[in-house]
Design a protein around this ligand. Sequence first.
Ligand SMILES: *Cc1c(COP(=O)(O)O)cnc(C)c1O
Length: 361
Amino acid sequence: MGLQIKPQPGILNIALYEGGASSVDGHTNVLKLSSNENPLGASAAAKDAFLRAGHDLHRYPSTDHRVLRDAIAEVWHLDADRVICGNGSGELLKLLAEAYAGTGDEVIFTEHGFSMYPIYAHSCGATPVVVPEKERVTDVDAILAACNDKTRLVYLANPSNPTGTMIGSKAIARLADGLPPQALLILDGAYAEYVEGYDAGAKLVEKRENVVMTRTLSKIYGLGGLRVGWAYGPQGVIDVLNRIRGPFNLSAAALAAGAAAIRDTAHTERCRSENARWREWMAHGLAELGVLSDTSTANFILARFASEEEATACDEYLKTQGIIVRKVGGYGLPNCLRITVGDEASCRRVVHAVGQFKGAR
Ligand SMILES: *Cc1c(COP(=O)(O)O)cnc(C)c1O
């Protein structure tokens, strides 16, 4: 007979997500610059809160995420009722697709957009629609031209990953205003805190009915291992997402540590300024070696090589030096490597190694 049951449409179209590698055979002192993790780690207050949560592991977490939503609302001056927390922002990005898109609907993202977006589209049976960028920068007109009456969601990371580029608030507002009435703009602000003075689209959420902003504690807050994210959106959308999320989607430790991390604004500011400093240093150092990059607004640089062959050879050489960066051929950028901005020593180590690679060619 054999098993007759079949998965929902779209699921078998999903190519498994590959995370950044974290080890190299034969190396003990590996430098991992492949997953955009914070080299300074989480705030001490967040670690303390995490340890304290260890005393109450027999208790279920709260279902309303009050501690975390209050911290977010206070620090970012938002309405706590329109904040929803997720097991990483990935959970919320996926729930948005589950709630609003299905077979026959279209989900738009850009050419070099985050590789999870097609996975979210396929997992709900929707059709992914890939829109060109202009020289690795989001092209609002191209997105608007791709919209039609089947469009349900537009996923846009700003700053974007893996390009590191971003577009301005006016362009984002124009995108929101131009969408068809049955579509939502999902502004993925995973790297927003790295941009000084940028609200990630929070004000736009308050002024429009069709914009949802997602944020994560995996990047600047250094809590990627804990899985904490949040979203801010129209009340109706937040209510829908709350109906379909798991009641205990965040652990008690994640809620406590996440709230402490959000409130430690001094640590966040230090991470932002250190990142900006070493990002400029690294971009400059690589450019002097003939490896150019677009001005990055995030915590990584998209280093461009002369060819796919050179990028691959550099990646291989870096591995022999115990340095792991991210190949981005799967993002349609085969001649590039994405390199996370580390601390000072890491930035010096990777630029030095690229210099050795270039010198040997
Ligand atoms: C890292 C990243 C996220 C964050 O995912 P989490 O599930 O919150 O860890 C979301 N979007 C983009 C574009 C990212 O690069």
